[in-house]
Design a protein around this ligand. Structure first.
Ligand code: PMP
Length: 439
């Protein structure tokens, strides 16, 4: 399609020939034609500030990343059965950021593939297939990933948890089963309950998978102490622990390079996705030597595209840019400023019930005085921000969490602009309407 194709024509064609379960953002969908840093340009040349895209990690179309991909693409792209230094270079860049215990890498093409491989590793190493995961967790679009994603199987079109999936309640200290700061132990107890259920069925625990901040669950910070205790329980039962870093990894947390490091634990398997290729399909699984050795049971792991020289050139450059441009420290500085400004906003507008997250991975939750979720207001806020040229996303089981996870080059000035418009829109009449009035 040329640039002159009208949006209506594009939409009409999609309706006829693209899958119906693909969705579009916004009531009037936008056609983006260009990206640069933390900005996107639509077909009319309108500039948007992007607070959504944690895939364009070091900035949309970062010139160094584009160049690395272009140069390698012009030379050779093959599979991993030929030697190439790019795969080693990417491995070295990643291993520098990981604890020494996680010393072996497998490269794949998406977060889903990474989690799919992680679960295969769990099955190969433990001989068990029972997996414990969080309520409202999302881990990918393949059969196995959907089977461990309560966000999907407990949602529209879902059929509930499969026999070998064991879901514990969302460890949400704001509106969950246990509330407040001292809830880590109680939620770890819920993980233990699932372990007991598996044992009660005469089976053993395969693995435990969770994000360090539960993204689709509504940017849920894990309560202090929870992950450490949950890991101990799972390991005592012979299970492996997987940290899904697809959304939060590669420096975004600010304080740490990886999310699990916020909690002082070391997983057996770490899955890495979205940011690693800055938009190019590239993902990875890091694991311990023990896991890698047991996984290599004689069956070859072959992946046509995983670890190819072009993807690896891109991935290595992304990690180098994070290091060179000190984006982790930048995420900490800008993220802490933004979080404190959001907290000030919450003082002025009580509709903001909670401000949470780490680094440049934040969320605000909108509730009424009785803690009921305010989905309409959240949707309104995101749509009005778009009118002002700022892209934001919403999520959470009750669709009342506004998420902030911009490209890491997002500046203090961008944060101030974001706060300025949030303040303006929070003061609009719609934000004060009751559910009855909205109906
Ligand atoms: N894990 C998490 C936490 C995710 O958010 C996603 C994607 N939203 C995935 C895994 C799957 O990644 P992909 O879409 O690249 O397959």
């Amino acid at each position: 399609a040329s640039n002159s194709t009208s949006n209506d024509e594009i939409i009409a064609y999609r309706k006829r020939h693209l899958g119906k379960s693909l969705s579009l953002q916004y009531k009037t969908p936008i056609k983006m034609v260009r990206g640069a840093g933390q900005y996107l340009l639509d077909q009319y040349g309108r500039k948007y500030l992007d607070t959504v895209n944690n895939v364009a990690h070091v900035g949309h179309e970062h010139p160094d990343v584009v160049k690395a991909g272009q140069e390698q693409m012009a030379l050779i792209n093959t599979n991993t059965r030929y030697l190439h230094e790019n795969i080693n270079n990417l491995a070295k860049e990643l291993l520098e950021t990981l604890p020494t215990e996680l010393s072996v890498l497998h490269f794949v093409n998406s977060g889903s593939e990474a989690n799919e491989l992680a679960i295969r590793m769990v099955k190969a190493v433990t001989g068990e297939k029972d997996i414990i995961a969080s309520e409202v967790g999302y881990h990918g679009n393949t059969n196995m990933c959907i089977d461990i994603s309560s966000y999907k199987f407990d949602g529209k079109g879902g059929k509930g948890a499969p026999e070998h999936t064991h879901i514990f309640p969302l460890p949400d200290a704001f509106r969950g089963n246990y509330r407040g700061e001292q809830t880590g132990e109680a939620y770890a107890g819920e993980v233990q309950k699932q372990i007991d259920i598996i044992h009660g069925k005469g089976r053993g625990v395969g693995g435990f998978i969770i994000e360090p901040i539960i993204s689709c669950g509504g940017q849920i910070n894990l309560p202090e102490g929870f992950l450490d205790l949950a890991y101990k329980n799972v390991r005592a039962a012979g299970g492996l622990c997987i940290s899904d870093e697809v959304q939060v990894g590669c420096g975004r947390m600010g304080k740490t390079f990886w999310g699990f490091q916020l909690h002082g634990v070391i997983p057996d398997i770490v899955t890495i996705g979205k940011p690693l290729g800055n938009g190019h399909p590239l993902a990875a699984v890091a694991c311990t030597k023990e896991v890698a050795e047991k996984f290599a049971n004689g069956m070859e792991f072959f992946n046509t595209f995983g670890g190819n020289p072009v993807s690896c050139a891109i991935g290595a450059e992304v990690i180098k840019v994070v290091k060179r441009e000190r984006l982790q420290a930048h995420a900490l500085k800008v993220g802490e400023f933004l979080k404190s400004e959001l907290k000030k906003l919450a003082m002025d507008f009580p509709i903001i019930g909670d401000v949470r997250g780490e680094g440049l991975f934040l969320g605000i939750e909108l509730v009424d005085a009785s803690m009921n979720p305010l989905a309409e207001q959240t949707d309104y806020l995101a749509n009005r921000m778009k009118d002002h040229g700022i892209l934001m996303s919403t999520d959470g089981p009750d669709h009342n969490v506004l998420k902030i996870k911009p490209p890491m080059v997002f500046t203090l000035e961008n944060a101030k602009e974001l706060i300025f418009y949030l303040r303006k829109i929070l003061a609009e009449d719609f934000m004060k309407m009751t559910a009855e009035e909205i109906k």
